[in-house]
Design a protein around this ligand. Structure first.
Ligand SMILES: C[S@@+](CC[C@H](N)C(=O)[O-])C[C@H]1O[C@@H](n2cnc3c(N)ncnc32)[C@H](O)[C@@H]1O
Length: 250
């Protein structure tokens, strides 16, 4: 690998080698991507997009709003995956500004909990799927789960639900102490703060059909334990840490 790429970005990219197959295991398997066109929304460093090309996708477009990550994804593509250069493209673009091209699949990994206007994004996804095309979205941790703050509170040691126990205002004050650019809401930190019921409602109300909606997908003991606890009355919200859903354009 070329030294011009930032080593910590490369290390993050390489985590995909284990994370991408695990993402698909959590759906119970992956579609046959051979010859397919795939849009990867919230592609970050581009690891899933490269994986999809390796699986035989004919066209992969990775979109993200973070310019720095797209710069890395493009440099990495050029230096380490030149054989995919005619099949993979990374763009720093909001989906609403991407042409209305009908994709076979839209994939989104660990992104939906960050999307501030999820109904709007789903509408734009629906407009870019062919009839019968599917969205595969797997994401977490959800905000109300034990570490749903994505570690922004950072107490001296990890305390589950610390962000909920502190409440929004104290979380914001705490975070602002170490930030130059101050924030005034949790959403300014890149988390949409949606509850499990919000996601269920948003998926039901969008114009895609919900083919499957699975929660707490994990092969770890900790994940299985949280899942068991989520079945207890009134605990589902706080013990549900991820969602893996498939939506289809009918
Ligand atoms: C936790 S990262 C996941 C990145 C990558 N999918 C992965 O699994 O490594 C979430 C990404 O979603 C991007 N993001 C958030 N809202 C977005 C939106 N509305 N459209 C596209 N990307 C978005 C962020 O910039 C960030 O790179």
């Amino acid at each position: 690998m070329n030294e011009r790429l930032n080593p910590s970005d490369l290390a993050y990219f390489r985590r995909g080698e284990t994370e991408n197959p695990r993402f698909w295991r959590r759906f119970g398997g992956q579609p046959d991507f051979r010859g397919a066109s795939v849009l990867d929304v919230g592609c970050g460093h581009g690891s899933m997009s490269i994986y999809l090309a390796e699986q035989g996708a004919a066209e992969v477009v990775g979109l993200d709003l973070n310019e720095r990550l797209i710069e890395f994804a493009n440099a990495n593509l050029e230096q380490n995956f030149p054989h995919f250069a005619d099949r993979v493209a990374f763009l720093c673009l909001d989906l609403k500004d991407y042409p209305l091209e009908p994709f076979d699949y839209i994939v989104s990994k660990d992104t939906f909990e960050h999307v501030l206007d999820l109904p709007g994004l789903l509408e734009e996804m629906s407009r870019r799927l062919r009839a019968g095309g599917r969205v595969y979205a797997g994401f977490g941790p959800l905000y109300n789960s034990p570490f749903g703050d994505h570690n922004v509170v950072r107490p001296p040691f990890p305390i589950p639900w610390a962000h909920l126990l502190l409440g929004d205002q104290r979380v914001i004050r705490r975070v602002n102490r170490r930030r130059r650019e101050k924030v005034s809401a949790i959403q300014d930190l890149g988390m949409n703060r949606l509850a499990l019921a919000d996601y269920r409602r948003i998926f039901e109300e969008c114009d895609l059909e919900v083919v499957s909606f699975q929660t707490n997908r994990s092969d770890k003991l900790s994940g299985k334990t949280l899942h068991a606890l989520s079945k207890l009355p009134r605990l589902e919200e706080y013990f549900t840490f991820n969602i893996y859903c498939v939506l289809e354009k009918t």
